[in-house]
Design a protein around this ligand. Structure first.
Ligand SMILES: C[S@@+](CC[C@H](N)C(=O)[O-])C[C@H]1O[C@@H](n2cnc3c(N)ncnc32)[C@H](O)[C@@H]1O
Length: 280
């Protein structure tokens, strides 16, 4: 196995079991976008494939794998050791390798190795200043003629709930941590141009770079809360304080969600990207 230097940049909550239970929306999204764009990727038998930021592995297992023809190798990667370990336990196929990899680190492994690189809801967590390196890494790891398919969150209702917490000066430290993992594309007037710029600067030819609005209803506040807790860095506090955090968060959601706490309307928007490395 190749060794990959790894520094820690993400602060997303690292609870793969919780993520696994509450990633139905992420799975639906991956299936939706793959249904729409997979044919553009021209995935052949025997392809070598990388999934970047696979998390608990649900999307890899239930959206990506069923679409792959007879691939020769799939590398499942994440910056979080806990996520990698959890995902490792879910694959039972000698062609699948799990590795810890920070896509934003200086990286000279896997150069020119992959036919296709996928990444779902991970690159939005890479800080803006590390994004050029992350995109260069993806470009360098592809074979000439290979391609990249990715989805990135631009904006989401969850961010607005957190804005309200910040405005009300509730849990400032936890919210400050959260701000470190939210998408920097949110502040852009034109997220498509912003991401296209990173891609073209690295040498990619861009086939698709599209900003789409989506929505999802979390039925039951507890489901929404657990989803939120699977994403944002939960403050390391006592059980009692944690209950207070949850109460404050619930109040905020209730105020912004017109009191229909049992049906949390989650609006969000996504960049969907398909780009190829020139040559053959
Ligand atoms: C929201 S989860 C998405 C997981 C999965 N792809 C999905 O669609 O459900 C984001 C994942 O990206 C990982 N991640 C964040 N920054 C990363 C980086 N710089 N390099 C690799 N993985 C990263 C996180 O650890 C987390 O597991």
């Amino acid at each position: 196995m190749q060794s990959i230097r790894c520094s820690r940049t993400t602060k997303m909550n690292e609870d793969p079991a919780l993520y696994s239970k509450h990633c139905r929306r992420q799975k639906l999204d991956a299936n939706h976008f793959l249904d729409t764009y997979f044919r553009l990727l021209d995935v052949k038998n025997d392809a070598i494939i990388l999934d970047v930021g696979s998390g608990d592995g649900t999307v890899t297992l239930e959206a990506l794998l069923p679409r792959l023809p007879n691939f020769s190798k799939l590398v499942v990667s994440d910056v979080s050791e806990k996520m990698v370990q959890f995902a490792r336990g879910r694959f039972n196929d000698a062609r699948i390798q799990t590795v810890r990899m920070n896509i934003a680190d200086n990286n000279d492994s896997f150069t020119g190795y992959f036919d296709h690189i996928f990444s779902f809801y991970c690159l939005d967590m890479v800080p803006e200043e590390r994004t050029p390196q992350a995109i260069r890494n993806i470009f360098e790891m592809l074979k000439p003629g290979g391609n990249f398919f990715g989805t990135l969150i631009v904006d989401a209702t969850l961010y607005k709930f957190c804005d309200s917490m910040i405005q009300d000066n509730k849990w400032p430290r936890a919210m400050a941590d959260f701000l470190k993992v939210i998408s920097h594309y949110r502040d852009s007037d034109n997220p498509e141009d912003k991401f296209r710029f990173f891609l073209e600067n690295a040498g990619f030819e861009v086939q698709v770079c599209k900003h789409e609005k989506r929505n999802f209803t979390y039925v039951g506040f507890k489901n929404f809360l657990d989803y939120a807790l699977s994403i944002f860095p939960v403050p390391k506090v006592s059980q009692e304080e944690r209950a207070k955090f949850v109460e404050d968060f619930e109040d905020t959601v209730r105020q912004r969600n017109f009191d229909d706490i049992d049906n949390v309307q989650f609006f969000y928007s996504v960049l969907v990207v398909c780009a190829s490395k020139p040559g053959k």
